[in-house]
Design a protein around this ligand. Sequence first.
Ligand code: AMP
Length: 400
Amino acid sequence: MDILVINCGSSSLKYQVLNSDTEEVLAKGICERIGISGVLKYTPKGGETEVSELDMPTHTEAVKYVLDALTNEKTGVLKSLDQIDAVGHRIVHGGEHFSEATLITEDVIKAVEDCNDLAPLHNPANIIGIRACQAVMPNVPMVGIFDTAFHATMPKKAFLYGIPYEYYEKDKLRRYGFHGTSHSFVSKRAAELIGKPYDQCKTVVCHLGNGASICAVENGKSIDTSMGLSPLEGLIMGTRSGDIDPSVIQYIANHYNKTLDEVVEILNKKSGVDGLSGVSSDFRDITKEMEEGNERAKAAMDAYCYRVAKYVGSYITAMHGVDVVVFTAGIGENNSYVRRYVMEYFDFMGVKEDKEANSVMHIGEDTKMTTDDSKIPFYVIPTDEELSICRQTVEVLKNA
Ligand code: AMP
């Protein structure tokens, strides 16, 4: 089957077409600056990336341009739209409604809308993307894949905040977690690599990208994860603060005459290693500056790595042990300094870095970062959220 995978942001739309039998990517790309000016990037399999500036007032036009690119006579990879068997939509927040991928119906869209307050930037964009696809492909089945769904198995002790219980009961204020598609994909692969059944495996997954979260996966289920009600909680990220004392918010608001929304914007967009270092949110820049002696870049890197190590340690405790630890996403897959820093914290447990494996780039490859006599293996496993969405879409259709 040919599956179109759609990932809508507030002003962007990422897409891929995959053949679910061969798991080959037939084409991929992104529409950017939707509502502003509009840029379509399109890369067919084995071909050059085409960049076109197009008028894109809404996501509906963006979807139309994507479909035109996919079916155009010269570089299109589909003969006609009839070739698309289903569309898999990434949806950020499913609240407590969804614990698995679901065929999209009007009731499902209504339930996603109910979660808009929990993810005001993301969910409305996801719904616009679904509506735009329905408008041009009314007879094609659509499947929703939720970032939060994998964490629906978290026990209450892990998802409750220590605030008055009625906020949970009435408003559903609780920890949800994100990056579920990636944590699920990578933890399954880790079990295969260490040769243990997934439902008997204890795995800590470190998804370290521009957004970053850690997940404890015990016997195939997420039992805790570092992001919370929103993606702001947990690790220090590219531009997000991660965990802070809420009194910091009060202090900044009072002393700098800022509204709550403005402070939250600072915590989301101007904090993290970007705010700490004053250099950039990009770990390539931070690493380079640190190596050239920039003290703030070093302080940002240390704070970042230290928090990753603390979370890994706490999740090993949460599972009463661990079989494998995995690094994934842009930083996890590419930054050997971060991996080394984290692995060194576990020397007391007999973790031994394989210095050569960790120093060499292994683009797109699953690679063990520890020596054979290390008590716990640490791996790099490249994440592939689009492939995971494609697989889940096919699964939902099979069971529909
Ligand atoms: P993601 O959100 O998964 O795309 O990850 C983005 C982050 O990965 C950025 O901070 C990048 O600096 C980092 N990253 C991507 N490629 C590399 C690389 N080759 N070396 C070091 N960091 C990288």
